[in-house]
Design a protein around this ligand. Structure first.
Ligand SMILES: Cc1ncc(COP(=O)(O)O)c(C=O)c1O
Length: 366
């Protein structure tokens, strides 16, 4: 049994997704559950996206457009690039894996931050790459020199999540540009911008504005977060045509379904809806942080649609106690064992979280 999978795969810690609402409802026999665990958009997608997937023109008996022509054309117009610079993925998660499989070979090296999104590590291990997980300063802050110092003659991939999940921290424009310019030519810099729409710091810049700084650059975006389409699994890479060409060699032919392609195009066209939900979340992110700080808790400044806070006791126990309150958040692995991450929900959801957290901490249930 133990030789069923390769040893490096068996040694992997699998990605632990946020607990689904329905699962908690089943477990606790509770109807009223709030999920603030997966950085989803509580306002959902544009009504136009919902309309687009409920029409009968979807031809569900046909395979989807294998190249996602219409969505890529819409994205090309949106970003002011050629469609040949875009590759769609079944969520950006698939693209992280595809980048590892396509662009690095066994024995080469990858660099990413820690704590950061676990799938950079999973993709690297699956491809039998060696890697350096660069500790963020105080577990929270990027340092570009630390990343550059980790680069070796074998480094092929460098991943940064900007803003970073789970810390909410970011690499400022000047530093990101310095990183992109300083990396050796062979390294592909992957800037994962899953939360870019929520970043509002004056010195934040999307990597799409820094494309001149580096040829080997893959920018990852997703429709799962601000566009509210997590269930449909649509992400994309923006890079050079050469990069897209390489990715297409291994990309599964029909990796993004028709509902996803159609809904993403409709959601992209409705920037008003996007702005409305992003503005509400950014406003409530500030309110949530202020309320937590008023309760004496340390909150990491966040540029994402989530907040990381130090509960000063085992975060897993607080997470468990919150589950019994019907509130799903996220416990953090080392080195953030005393922190939990909470997605910014609708105001009433945030209030329910705050009330439950206050009860759990006050009653010293953990
Ligand atoms: C930083 C980051 N990148 C990528 C993803 C993957 O998102 P998706 O596969 O839904 O596009 C996530 C999801 O949480 C994330 O936090």
């Amino acid at each position: 049994m133990s030789d069923l999978a390769a040893p490096h795969i068996l040694a992997l810690t699998a990605y632990e997704p946020g607990k689904p609402e329905e699962e908690l409802k089943r477990e606790l026999g509770m109807d009223d559950v709030v999920k603030l665990a997966s950085n989803e958009n509580p306002y959902g997608p544009s009504p136009r996206a919902i309309e687009a997937v409920s029409g009968d023109a979807l031809a569900l008996h046909r395979y989807p457009d294998p190249r996602g022509h219409d969505l890529r054309e819409a994205l090309a117009a949106h970003h002011g690039v050629a469609a040949a610079q875009l590759c769609l993925g079944n969520g950006s998660n698939e693209l992280i894996d595809l980048i590892c499989r396509t662009l690095a070979s066994r024995g080469e090296h990858a660099v990413f931050g820690h704590p950061s999104f676990p799938c950079y590590r999973i993709g690297s291990v699956a491809q039998e790459l060696s890697f350096t997980a660069v500790p963020l300063r105080e577990h929270l802050h990027w340092n570009v020199d630390d990343l550059l110092d980790a680069v070796t003659a074998e480094t092929k991939l460098l991943f940064v999540s900007n803003p970073n999940n789970p810390t909410g921290s970011y690499i400022a424009k000047g530093e990101l540009e310095r990183l992109l310019r300083s990396l050796p030519e062979r390294v592909l810099a992957v800037v994962d911008e899953a939360y870019v729409e929520y970043a509002d710091a004056d010195d934040f810049s999307p990597a799409t504005e820094l494309r001149d700084a580096r040829d080997r650059l893959a920018i990852l975006r997703t429709f799962s977060k601000a566009y509210g389409l997590a269930a449909l699994r649509v992400g994309y890479v923006l890079g050079t045509p050469e990069l897209v060409h390489a990715l297409n060699r291994l990309r599964a032919p029909f990796n993004v379904g028709t509902p996803g392609q159609v809904a993403a195009r409709a959601a992209l066209a409705d920037q008003t809806h996007l702005r409305g939900s992003v503005d509400a979340t950014v406003r409530d992110r500030g309110k949530l942080a202020t309320a937590l700080e008023a309760n004496g808790l340390r909150v990491a400044p966040s540029q994402g649609n989530f907040v990381l806070l130090d509960v000063r006791r085992p975060g897993r126990a607080v997470y468990e106690a919150l589950l019994h309150e019907g509130v799903i958040v996220r416990a953090m692995p080392a080195p953030l064992e005393s922190w939990i991450r909470v997605t910014v929900g609708k105001p009433e959801e945030n209030q329910r979280f705050l009330d439950s957290l206050t009860r759990v901490l006050r009653e010293s249930r953990v």
